[in-house]
Design a protein around this ligand. Structure first.
Ligand code: SAM
Length: 480
């Protein structure tokens, strides 16, 4: 006969929750968050400062009818981002114990594939009859065919690439003991890839892959002490930095209204108009709407605004979501492409680098000017002579991100527009955003026209280089 059923565990009584004073302001701080399987926040952990249960505990997980105000969430996210950034600065060794994300796995896979492909190519050079038999070879063959305008040109540029690397090799060969050629080490390339990806991830941006299936060069040539800067500017000591917190103003819209842009304080002073009415520069899907005339800066909401990060007027400032490949091209050094398809109007990236004065840029040796971009979007807003004290240039030679590798094409798939969000237009240091002019399939080289105002028959400027863009409407030269 069965005996009396044993009680193994009984839930203790929940402490009583009394929130009686309806007039009272309940002060709280967010102290944690719970993530769902996609890594998105499902709820926040909150500590109440002027409330506790009868047992003294004061932590809850609010939700449902009483969601946490957006403003508190925004402050918490900013605090977390700053903490991640600080950890990275304080402790470079922490990079080594970073928990791999799916993006890292993707990058490692890409890297292994490109290494495999490189070994195959090297082997094929030694045994020219070896047939391609794996996916990577086929993919890169297809890419080569797509990127090279003619076989003749292809052969020439391959030859040039080999000649230049063999020259580089022979200049270092003298320090080696014997004449036999060792396969080039790819350690530098992999190290750069890891470093740049860690820096990008710290700004919540996706990783950077470095790929070379053309020759043995183990990464792009960079000046000594090059610093990868995923986002923002560094200021040269000759450029006066102004404390923007005192001068910048934000809008009070809780939700900036796409239909009535004039009701947003950020958009009302903008010269971005359509039929005399203020408009935002973006569609509801966050794509550039191409209604911004050249010479007009897009003014996005900023850190003083009340709106959240998904506001219709915050697009260029969002972190990059797709992995970028900095890859060796066959005829224009290193270039860039995305591992994901890109939509027309999608903002692909923002130029970063060192802010120098225009005078400094003009006095720079010509060979270094290839990485300079003038910030002249606001220079002549109403036909008024520009304030020469505030004419700046961004130089990405020594400090910059992947956009410094964007090559020129006479028939480009991106354009550049000026956008202002954590500064004011009058200060003359807007950001430069690269936006897709068309749908761009993944692994297609991303290009801009370095001199969009030049006509197709413009005379070749002194100091310009021979253009290898391969487009049917090629002008024949690249400005420097
Ligand atoms: C901003 S950098 C672009 C990245 C560069 N390819 C690299 O390897 O560092 C500009 C330089 O790239 C080269 N370049 C860019 N587009 C080119 C093109 N269409 N044809 C030939 N060279 C090009 C020129 O040397 C130019 O001065």
């Amino acid at each position: 006969m069965p005996g009396p059923q044993k009680e193994l565990w009984r839930r203790s009584e929940s402490p009583t929750e009394v929130w009686d004073d309806t007039e009272k302001e309940w002060e709280f701080e967010i102290i944690g968050e719970e993530l769902d399987e996609d890594g998105k926040t499902s709820r926040y952990e909150v500590r109440w400062l002027n409330w506790s249960r009868s047992d003294g505990t004061n932590v809850t997980w609010p939700g449902g009818k009483d969601p946490i105000p957006e403003r508190a969430i925004k402050a918490w996210k900013q605090e977390q981002a700053a903490r991640i950034q600080q950890n990275l600065v304080d402790s470079p060794s922490s990079l080594a114990i970073k928990v791999p994300t799916s993006l890292d796995a993707h990058l490692i896979e890409t890297d292994l594939r490109s290494q495999g492909s490189e070994q195959k190519l090297a082997q094929r050079r030694r045994q020219p009859t070896l047939a391609p038999d794996n996916l990577v070879d086929r993919m890169h063959k297809l890419l080569d065919a797509k990127q090279q305008p003619t076989t003749q040109q292809h052969r020439q540029s391959r030859l040039q690439a080999r000649t230049s690397t063999s020259q580089a090799r022979s200049s270092t060969a003298s320090s080696r003991s014997g004449p036999s050629r060792q396969p080039a080490s790819q350690e530098r390339r992999i190290q750069l890839q890891k470093e740049w990806t860690a820096i990008a991830n710290a700004s919540n941006a996706a990783g950077i892959a470095l790929v070379n299936v053309i020759d043995d060069e183990d990464g792009p040539p960079l000046p000594f002490n090059f610093q990868y800067v995923e986002h923002g500017y560094i200021y040269h000591e000759d450029v006066e930095e102004i404390d923007l917190d005192d001068v910048m103003v934000g809008c009070n819209c809780y939700e900036c209204n796409l239909k009535e842009a004039s009701t947003c304080d950020c958009q009302a002073p903008s010269r971005l108009l359509h039929k005399d009415k203020n408009i935002f520069a973006y569609t509801p899907d966050g794509l550039f709407n191409f209604q911004v005339p050249s010479g007009i800066e897009v003014i996005e909401c900023n850190k003083k605004c009340d709106c959240t990060s998904d506001c219709v007027n915050r697009v260029a400032q969002r972190p990059r979501k797709f992995v970028i490949e900095v890859f060796k091209t066959s005829s224009a050094g290193w270039g860039v492409r995305s591992q994901s398809n890109i939509k027309r109007g999608q903002v692909v990236g923002i130029y970063s680098g060192l802010i120098i004065t225009r005078k400094q840029a003009e006095e720079m040796p010509q060979k270094h000017r290839g990485y300079c971009f003038d910030l002249d979007g606001y220079e002549d807003p109403d036909g008024i002579a520009p304030d020469t004290d505030r004419q700046f240039t961004v130089d990405s030679r020594q400090h910059g991100n992947w956009t410094r590798f964007i090559n020129h094409s006479c028939n480009p798939n991106m354009i550049v527009y000026s956008v202002v969000y954590d500064t004011i237009p009058e200060f003359g240091n807007p950001y430069l955003a690269f936006v897709a002019l068309q749908d761009i399939p993944h692994l297609t080289e991303l290009t801009v026209d370095y001199d969009p105002s030049a006509g197709n028959h413009a005379k070749r400027p002194p100091g310009s280089r021979k253009c290898h863009c391969g487009s049917e409407i090629c002008r024949g030269w690249v400005p420097v």
